[in-house]
Design a binder for this molecule. Structure first.
Ligand code: ASP
Ligand code: MG
Length: 723
């Protein structure tokens, strides 16, 4: 087998690296293999020689010359001993003398001579049948530096055929000569091309490009650390990547090997066990896919062109690129040009790296997570539970949904913390209590600094934040609220909020405001907005009333209604004054939200409320209130017994019913209603909520479940954040 192995400058940078090269080549020689070893100059050598040319080398300032000479001498000292060392040092001195007698524009062509002479002698010392060939004599180029293929290939073939006993030919990369004699080179990075020329001329079985990275990668790993090695690549895609910015391979290299159909690989000298990238012909059967992303920039235009390169005929990338960039906050993009397997995007140079990372994430990091920055206002029962639940479930969410919820801001009514690096849920409480920052401007600060696409969560009970929602929307920040007061505003304000969110392309979600985490609003809205129209909504959604009524029933009046209400109050189930619940105010808010979701522009004034208790209960001072309730206990028990004898149970129900005679086409009331066992309301237990929606064309929707509880609220909020 004939193999061509090419080593780049960092693979031969010093004696240690050169020893690794020796190992690799010895392995390649095993069996009856013949090897052409093509080497670059040692790392940095060509650059140093070029600066010498530019400085018009002054022998009184021997900085570069001495440094280059010293580095090679050090390698020789390490690799050789005895007479071999002396001879090699002498040869090196002679080469350096030749360097200075050459015209200065020729300096750069010496680096490969130094490195390959050392390698060839070392192999000879190790007993390998080795011959150094002078690429300058074999590789011929025209005056415009294009390869004179026929002469070159013939030269190479005859040189090799003339030495049938030689196992290993060591040749300098990069260098060549003009037809009429003088030395030149194949352009910066040209040693790869030299290897391809040798491989093609000799119909080599394999070519290996040994370098200091793991192969061709999905992106430049120093810009995109998530980049991975591309295992197999077509010639065309490799060429496209190389010519559009991938430094790992000199683009002209692909041509000669592609013409001869020689498969080649790009491998890492520092990790020789890895297969690297294999470049070969692409068959139609393999289909189309995107392979990598590179970029080139033009200093004159301040523009960079990012190239997404694929093979076969991958599906169009245009839309994915646009949305990936916009998710990354990049909206200002230039032209996008797409042809089969190639998509070019112009961006400003300043955002090149960011754009590369975003496109790479979209196409080559399938499991990559999106970060959702979250800012939470309100650290009461719900806020606290939300923070805790985020801590508890974030790993699962990350795994299953590919989204990382990161709390970046938290505020209670007095203090706030904002930390864009993230606030650990387990540290939230202590950090908030230690904070010295006043929370008065929390929401406006969030509007200013939160990344686009963040979610602001309102877990407060106040309407004060409402107006600031607009500022959030304007800055591209989504809002999730569990605070139904912020929605029970006049209909115009309610629709204005929703429209404004839509206009700014953000979401405004409040699914926990009715029925807690039950998926009720969503269901109603999708019916109402699309195919169906709502006939009626009946909602038994007061946790306080459900609790006292159902518990009173089940204990047969053993615990008086007043005591049950006190317990509900102590458990945090009621509003501060429990009469707000009894009076239907909270249910009213829920009914407004339900009706509006169904497309009915209901206002508070449209709803007739008949509370369970007569007016005097609501007007007396709170201390007298419980006394009055105790006194009424007999009536409660009697009423319950009477109903029970008829097989009925009473619930505090919010009702919206189509009525052509009513002002808005619907009648709305909140009142005590008796239900028999055929109704789901009859069977409510504890604080459970039940909502029944009848619509024109479909069978009734019944939603039943826990209507109360900070945990349920937190679950619902997370659902809103993620959906
Ligand atoms: N030594 C040359 C350069 O630095 C050629 C090569 O390394 O491929 O450009
Ligand atoms: Mg190179």
């Amino acid at each position: 087998m004939m193999k061509v192995l090419k080593f780049g400058g960092s693979s031969v940078a010093d004696a240690t690296r050169m020893s690794q090269v020796l190992d690799i080549v010895h392995k390649a020689l095993a069996g009856d293999n013949r090897v052409i070893l093509v080497s670059s100059a040692i790392k940095g050598c060509t650059d140093a020689l070029i600066s010498m040319e530019e400085e018009r080398y002054d022998p009184n300032l021997p900085y570069h010359r001495d440094r280059i000479h010293e580095r090679h001498k050090a390698i020789v000292q390490r690799l050789f001993t005895g007479t071999e060392r002396a001879e090699m040092l002498k040869e090196l001195d002679e080469l350096f003398n030749k360097l200075f007698s050459a015209p200065s524009e020729q300096y750069r062509n010496f680096g490969e001579l130094f490195s390959t002479r050392i390698l060839a002698r070392k192999f000879a010392c190790e007993g390998v049948k080795v011959k150094w060939l002078d690429s300058r004599e074999l590789i011929k180029v025209s005056g415009r530096k294009s390869l004179l293929k026929d002469v070159t290939y013939n030269n190479i073939r005859s040189a090799v055929e003339a030495c049938p006993d030689i196992q290993l030919f060591v040749v300098p990369g990069f260098v060549a000569s003009y037809k009429n004699g003088p030395s030149t080179n194949l352009g910066r990075g040209g040693s790869d091309y030299s290897a391809a020329i040798y491989a093609a001329a000799l119909h080599a079985d394999v070519m290996e490009i040994w370098t200091d990275v793991p192969g061709m990668m999905t992106a430049n790993p120093s810009v995109v650390p998530q980049a991975v090695t591309i295992p197999v690549l077509s010639y065309e895609a490799a060429l496209e990547l190389a010519s559009r910015g991938a430094k790992v391979l000199y683009a002209p290299t692909v041509g000669p090997v592609m013409e001869e159909g020689i498969e080649f690989s790009i491998r890492n000298t520092f990790d020789p066990g890895q297969p690297g990238t294999i470049v070969r012909g692409h068959s139609q059967k393999e289909g189309g896919s995107w392979k990598g992303v590179t970029s080139t920039s033009d200093p004159n235009t301040e523009e960079s062109v990012i190239a997404l390169v694929g093979e076969g005929r991958p599906a169009s990338a245009r839309q994915r690129i646009i949305s990936a960039l916009s998710d990354a906050g990049i909206s200002h993009i230039g032209e996008i040009r797409e042809s089969a397997g190639l998509c070019l995007v112009s961006v400003l140079h300043v955002i090149e790296r960011q754009a590369l990372a975003a496109i790479h994430r979209e196409f080559f990091e399938p499991g990559a997570n999106t970060v959702i920055p979250v800012f939470i206002a309100g650290y009461g029962a719900v806020g606290r539970e939300l923070v805790r639940l985020i801590g508890e479930s974030s790993e699962r969410i990350s795994r299953r949904r590919g989204k990382d919820i990161v709390i970046m801001g938290l505020a209670n009514s007095r203090k706030q913390i904002i930390d864009m690096k993230g606030i650990l849920p387990s540290e939230a409480a202590s950090r908030l209590s230690r904070s010295k920052e006043d929370s008065a401007n929390f929401i406006f600060t969030v509007a200013k600094i939160a990344p686009k696409g963040s979610v602001f969560v309102d877990c407060t009970g106040s309407t004060l934040l409402n107006d600031a929602y607009y500022a959030l929307f304007e800055h591209g920040i989504n809002v999730v609220t569990s605070n139904r007061r912020s929605l029970a505003v006049p209909f115009v304000n309610y629709t204005a909020l929703k429209q404004d969110a839509r206009r700014h392309g953000v979401f405004f979600r409040y699914d926990t405001t009715v029925g807690n985490s039950l998926p009720v609003l969503e269901s109603i809205a999708s019916d109402a907005n699309c195919s169906d129209s709502v006939e009626s909504i009946e909602a038994v959604v007061s946790c306080t009333l459900n609790f006292i009524l159902t518990t009173h029933e089940s204990c047969g009046g053993l615990v008086p209604m007043a005591k049950l209400l006190q317990k509900a109050q102590a458990d945090g189930l009621t509003e501060r004054d429990p009469r707000t619940d009894l009076g239907g105010e909270d249910v009213l808010r829920k009914l407004l939200i339900l009706a509006r979701e169904a497309g009915v522009p209901l206002e508070k004034e449209d709803v007739k409320i008949s509370p369970m208790l007569v007016k005097s209960f609501f007007t007396c001072p709170i201390e007298k209130f419980y006394d009055k309730m105790m006194k009424a206990e007999r009536d409660f028990v009697l009423r319950e017994k009477k109903l029970s004898a008829e097989g009925l149970r009473e619930r505090f129900t919010a009702i919206l019913r189509r009525d052509p005679k009513a002002a808005k086409g619907y009648r709305a009331e909140i009142k005590m209603v008796s239900y028999g066992p055929e109704s789901p309301f009859y069977w409510i237990s504890g604080t459970e909520n039940v909502i029944v929606v009848h619509s024109e064309n479909s069978s009734p929707l019944v939603v039943k479940g826990a209507g109360e509880g900070a945990r349920e609220a937190a679950i619902g909020i997370i659902k809103d954040i993620l959906s």
